[in-house]
Design a protein around this ligand. Structure first.
Ligand SMILES: Cc1cc2nc3c(=O)[nH]c(=O)nc-3n(C[C@H](O)[C@H](O)[C@H](O)COP(=O)(O)OP(=O)(O)OC[C@H]3O[C@@H](n4cnc5c(N)ncnc54)[C@H](O)[C@@H]3O)c2cc1C
Length: 463
């Protein structure tokens, strides 16, 4: 046991029985809800609301150094929650997966390491939704329908400032990240999903090839969620990696998005004619512009590399905006916000039952288990089909991948990882997971026709 770990008895001894105000909060913080509140009703309510922590979270044997090796002793983990479908990762793919699974009748939990939804889309401030469609006979056709479209259309109803479309004939809108976060919360809550923020999925519960839930870390320690199906929407394949599924790891450019403020106070007529500045792209918020950048190639799983790239990017964004401010007519521009979520584009890609690639996309490969379509951001190439088997690991059971870590060859990742495409693969994963859980079978055993039927009922486009 840790030397700084006080037992309840030791805490009481230190405080004196009866407890002061400080005593109440200290005990409460350790899970001993104490009713001795000195008659203060507000504090009494506060104390009563505190959930008791499982004893096994408090008396945790620490790791120890044995012969130069750090050994973590075996221990029991408290079961925090039991559900049908557990979605790990609350990016756009994870939200679509969770909402779809709940609407298909499953009990769903959504576990997210940060305190808001949307992942790279909102927290990463990647605001423009491209890859939504294709051009057919000169006309734009939207292919990322269903939940993805529903989300964007609902943003339109939030009023001026939530979403804007540069070209009304082509539905590739830019959104306000704050409006998007609120709407994602709403959609998850309306669907009855159990939402757990500030939980980092770190392991799976597994018997042989069968995954039975996930282990997560939070401020309370390490706990378990039991579930029939787990959806890996972490973007980086954290779940299938822990489950031992095969995957391919790639390096991609790691970017860093930031927004500049007071764009509407720029007087371009005052700037010298030879000055060329990147002032970012159109946003629904008129005074702001968002600046996307490519960044250096790197390993998005290596914390040393991520730390180096992040500090480098931050300094460079700051310096660039200072340069803009020194330009005549641009003095009021300022660095309004930089992303708290580094722009890791791709890391682990699942080696699924089927892998989609550029050749197949160009050839227009058809799949009898198609569950989604990806459009093209430049609207030059046709949409391509995404089969259910590209969401399924080869051997591991009860895990479905969604979003930017599905099974695709590196030559196609730049079309698969687009926001709306992550949304539609999430939608498909959610429906499949719910059908598996309700039918008492593994996701692999769910007939594709059943998934397609529900997806169509929920507005998805399947060609
Ligand atoms: C710099 C940059 C520019 C881009 N530009 C565009 C563009 O212009 N248009 C476009 O459509 N797309 C663009 N993209 C791609 C797009 O933004 C992403 O690929 C897409 O949003 C990914 O969605 P996702 O849900 O699959 O993953 P993510 O958005 O990465 O979401 C994963 C979620 O899981 C959470 N998470 C991760 N690991 C764990 C864990 N172990 N436990 C719990 N939670 C976890 C994360 O916090 C996050 O919320 C860009 C990407 C980058 C990086």
């Amino acid at each position: 046991m840790r030397s700084d770990h006080m037992s309840r008895r030791a805490i009481l001894k230190r405080l004196g029985v009866g407890g002061s105000a400080v005593g109440v909060s200290l005990l409460a913080g350790r899970g001993f809800a104490d009713e001795s509140t000195d008659g203060d009703p507000e504090r009494a309510g506060f104390a009563r609301n505190i959930r008791k922590m499982a004893p096994s979270l408090q008396d945790v044997p620490s790791a120890s150094l044995q012969g130069g090796k750090v050994i973590q002793p075996a221990r029991e983990l408290p079961v925090f929650h039991t559900t049908d479908v557990c979605v790990v990762g609350g990016g756009f793919a994870g939200v679509c997966a969770a909402v779809a699974a709940a609407r298909t009748g499953a009990k769903v939990a959504l576990v997210e390491r940060y305190g808001s939804l949307g992942g790279l889309f909102t927290n990463g401030m990647v605001l423009i939704v491209i890859g939504t469609g294709e051009r057919v006979n000169g006309e734009f056709r939207l292919v990322t329908r269903g939940l993805c479209e529903e989300f964007l259309r609902r943003l339109e109803t939030l009023g001026d400032g939530a979403i804007v479309c540069r070209d009304p004939k082509v539905y590739q809108p830019t959104v306000d990240p704050e409006a998007a976060k609120v709407l994602l919360d709403d959609m998850v809550q309306e669907a009855g999903v159990d939402l757990f923020f500030h939980c980092w999925g770190v392991d799976v519960i597994q018997s042989g090839q069968n995954v039975q839930g996930v282990v997560f870390e939070s401020k309370e320690g390490r706990q378990a969620i039991l579930s029939k199906v787990v959806i890996d929407a972490t973007g980086d394949g954290d779940v299938f990696f822990q489950a031992g599924a095969t995957y391919q790891q790639i390096s991609h450019a790691i970017g860093f998005v930031y927004r500049i403020g007071n764009y509407d106070r720029i007087d371009k007529s005052k700037a010298p004619p030879d000055v060329k500045l990147n002032l970012g792209s159109l946003e629904p918020v008129k005074s702001a512009r968002w600046v996307n950048n490519l960044g250096p190639k790197g390993n998005g799983l290596d914390v040393r590399e991520l730390s180096r790239i992040e500090t480098m990017h931050r300094k460079s964004a700051w310096n660039y905006v200072q340069r803009i401010r020194k330009t005549q007519g641009h003095e009021e521009v300022f660095l309004m916000q930089s992303t708290p979520f580094l722009g890791v584009r791709a890391t682990r890609l699942l080696e699924g039952v089927t892998q989609i690639d550029k050749r197949g996309a160009v050839a227009g490969d058809a799949f009898d288990d198609v569950v989604a379509y990806s459009g093209d951001d430049a609207l030059k190439k046709p949409a391509f089909a995404i089969p259910y088997r590209s969401l399924l690991p080869k051997t591991v059971e009860n895990v479905i991948a969604a979003g930017r870590c599905i099974s695709c060859a590196p030559d196609l990742i730049d079309r698969v990882r687009l926001i709306p495409v992550c949304g539609v693969t999430g939608h498909a994963a959610g429906v499949a997971a719910a059908l598996a859980a309700k039918g008492g079978v593994t996701p692999r055993a769910v007939p594709a026709a059943d998934i397609q039927k529900v997806l169509r009922e929920q507005g998805a486009y399947l060609g």
